[in-house]
Design a protein. Structure first.
Lengths: 488, 163
């Protein structure tokens, strides 16, 4: 982050103090700590942010400073002595006021010494945060239970623990005029596509905004140019093992401080339909799980439109399936019933996100017993509507990517409306549009439906079947890896 | 691109992309004509691949069975090699999905207007329902995009790695 101005630190401590007072309002903000010490007859000013430093370390540091003050029999200057005697591994001398301020607000201690044009910065930061725990959205039965946290340093450490390769690069940069958010790009240097890394860096550096409050999501909108596509153009994960396996495949990971989700690029549609659980099972079981999941995802999009089509035109059904469709007449058109039920379910889901757990049990009861049952009893819904809406809702929940499941839900509602208006033509045109619109998307220059459209036999077979690790000899070509060989 | 390290590609360049184009043609033929069987089963369309290939020439009951449909799908896969070759030799340098879309529509027009005299069991265009028109046209468009986009993408990828 280039700072606009660069004010040098001056010899006069008073002037520095006034500068700090003007810029960060030391006596106005209560969370900025300031203390004046006298060491060897020199005035020393110490600044820190109370919430972001660890008190025992500050106390220890000060004690050390006082001890310097009691011994006078050396020829070194105060500055040199302090710099030499501070018992901490990260001590740095800087000469610009702006750097001091940025570092101070990141949680470092800044020490100004009278008569010096350099200040000392000690990295004692400790951010409030939680310890790694299993992410709620990506649970597995077996396997590691750690997940990324809100702390970018911890996140790089979690990745590094899995890839002790000297060629793993974690490049950090700061974005946001006011927020100065840390962003880390991780990639394996001799595997990842250098073009992609360059492109990401350029996109990130060109961001000029005051703050990335929604962290990774805000950043995503800058780097993929989402437009009006409802489909997720990057994949998020909170699992370090998933991130590591993508790094090995040649993907580039982007982490944003303050968010436990990391961004995996480049991403295709089929990255959103895989789940870590499949890779924890034997290949055959993993394949089975995956097929069931695909069936769920397909039915979450196409089941309701297909059913409503058969309700409207029962003559389409072959003899063997003629039982499909409601037996009794209903007053409300079935299309309207479906839309009401589907949107109602969506409302329930939205409500469940921010309802506290004790209340959500009650909410579930109301939804299931009162609404579902009684809507049928009073003749508003036919029972089959509830069945099919529920099946496609389960299909949505079987979609591993939360973002994709909602985008698919929107496609489903659109398809239902199209079918209601145009019948068979609506279904076919809708389906063709769904596929063509997806195929047209290019996320970071990667075709979204790869390896299905454009078709790549090898990669497609790895989507259809979950291959065992010893069989995966090369990296997927979609990442343009520089080094193709995974194993001999 | 994934099957071999890129250095090996450069020794037999054209054949490699051409071989892939054939694979794409075969898969595309099977995939979309199988979807065609699905639309035939649910009466979206009065026609499936078997209507063209078997029911036009053979009058036995056998042509209405599943086996006939499966065989017809496989035969379409083979015929599709020809259209993939056609695309490869004419349009492979075009990028994006639009050329494929037009290619599919042209194929559809050829099959339904030009080639219909070859298939006695196929009703004339005006005798078909409008649902059949739309369903078959959508399938041909998806097929065309599948063939076209895949071949041109392979070609583009190959050129990038060669440079």
């Amino acid at each position: 982050m280039p700072t606009d101005t660069n004010t040098p630190i001056v010899m006069k401590l008073d002037q520095n103090r006034r500068f700090m007072q003007d810029r960060i309002g030391v006596d106005q903000s209560f969370d900025i700590g300031f203390r004046t010490l006298h060491i060897l007859d020199k005035e020393v000013n110490v600044y820190y942010v109370t919430g972001l430093c660890e008190t025992p370390i500050i106390v220890e540091l000060m004690r050390q400073l006082f001890e310097i003050g009691t011994e006078t029999n050396e020829k070194k200057t105060v500055f040199q002595r302090i710099k030499n005697d501070i018992p901490h591994q990260q001590v740095e001398a800087v000469d610009s006021m702006e750097t001091c301020i940025t570092q101070l607000l990141s949680g470092l201690i800044v020490i100004f010494i009278d008569g010096e044009t350099e200040a000392l910065i000690v990295d004692v930061r400790s951010y409030p945060g939680r310890t790694p725990e299993e992410p709620d959205t990506e649970k597995v039965i077996r396997g590691s239970r750690d997940g990324y946290t809100e702390n970018i340093i911890e996140n790089t450490a979690l990745t590094r623990r899995r890839i002790r390769d000297e060629r793993l690069r974690n490049e950090i940069m700061q974005v946001g005029e006011r927020s100065k958010t840390d962003i880390c790009i991780s990639y394996i240097q001799d595997v990842a596509d250098p073009g992609l890394v360059e492109r990401l860096k350029k996109e990130i550096q060109s961001i000029d905004v005051d703050g990335l409050s929604m962290a990774d999501k805000t950043l995503e909108e800058y780097i993929v140019h989402q437009g009006y596509t409802p489909f997720p153009l990057v994949r998020y994960t909170e699992r370090p093992d998933v991130a590591a396996s993508h790094l090995f495949e040649g993907h580039v990971i982007v982490m944003v401080d303050t968010s436990p989700s990391v961004i995996i690029t480049p991403t295709t549609y089929f990255h959103h339909v895989q789940h870590a659980e499949e890779f924890r099972q034997s290949p055959i079981v993993g394949t089975f799980v995956r097929w069931v999941r695909f069936f769920g995802i397909l039915s979450s999009v196409f089941l309701l439109p297909l059913w409503i089509l058969f309700v409207m035109q029962p003559d389409l059904l072959p003899e063997a399936l003629s039982f499909i469709g409601p037996n009794e007449e209903s007053t409300i058109p079935v299309v309207i019933q479906i839309l009401i039920a589907d949107l109602g379910l969506e409302m329930l889901r939205i409500a469940a996100i921010h309802t506290p757990t004790p209340l959500s049990t009650a909410m579930g009861l109301i939804a299931a017993v009162l609404i579902g049952q009684i809507a049928i009893d009073v003749g508003m819904f036919v029972p089959e509507v509830i069945l099919y809406v529920a099946v496609s809702a389960i299909g949505s929940y079987a979609t591993p990517s939360y973002e994709l499941s909602i985008a698919n839900k929107m496609s489903r509602v659109t398809l239902v409306i199209l079918v209601a208006i145009l019948g068979v033509k609506g279904f076919m045109i809708g389906m063709a549009f769904y596929i063509l619109l997806l195929a047209r998307i290019r996320s970071l220059n990667t075709p979204y439906l790869w390896p299905f459209l454009p078709f790549n036999a090898k990669a497609a077979s790895q989507i259809v079947l979950r291959m065992s690790m010893p069989m995966l000899k090369v990296r997927p070509s979609i990442t343009n890896p520089q080094n193709n060989q995974r194993q001999k | 691109m994934a099957d071999k390290p890129k250095e090996q590609h450069q020794q037999e360049p054209q054949q490699s992309v051409f071989g892939k184009a054939l694979g794409i043609g075969f898969t595309g033929g099977i995939l979309w004509s199988a979807l065609g069987v699905f639309t035939y089963y649910f009466h979206f369309s009065e026609l499936s691949a078997a209507s063209f290939l078997f029911r036009s020439y053979l009058q036995t009951d056998w042509t209405g069975t599943w086996l006939a449909e499966v065989l017809a799908v496989l035969i379409v896969g083979v015929i599709s090699l020809v259209s993939a070759m056609l695309y490869y030799f004419t349009l492979k340098k075009q990028q994006g999905i639009w050329p494929g879309l037009v290619f599919g529509l042209v194929l559809w027009a050829v099959v339904f207007f030009v080639l219909t005299p070859l298939f006695p069991a196929i009703p004339t265009f005006t005798e078909m329902t409008s649902d059949t028109w739309v369903t078959t046209a959508c399938l041909f468009i998806l097929y065309g995009v599948f063939i076209g986009y895949s071949i041109s993408y392979e070609y583009e990828e190959f050129n990038q790695s060669a440079n």
